[in-house]
Design a protein around this ligand. Sequence first.
Ligand SMILES: [Zn+2]
Length: 100
Amino acid sequence: MRGDPPGWHDLILEYTDKMRALGAISFYTKEKYGALVIESIEYTPGADVKGIQRLVEEAEILSECICQDCGEPGKEEKISDWILTLCANCADSRRSKSYK
Ligand SMILES: [Zn+2]
């Protein structure tokens, strides 16, 4: 989880618990085009793979509405050619720093 967008930590923690409960052993998370990506999932034998994949999709959809910097409601923003999910405040502060 180190290096994940701080605004998504609660979301990632919540879905880590939910995915573990269905039999996911480990997985990687990253940010891509303003959405959370969960990949390289390892399953226990007998894991609810379909259920886990549904959770992965859910988390990805939710992440597109959560500011990745602060966790407030956010939306897709384009900053210096990067697509990020940000609230208005974080989008402004990233633009004013001309974040790259
Ligand atoms: Zn924000």
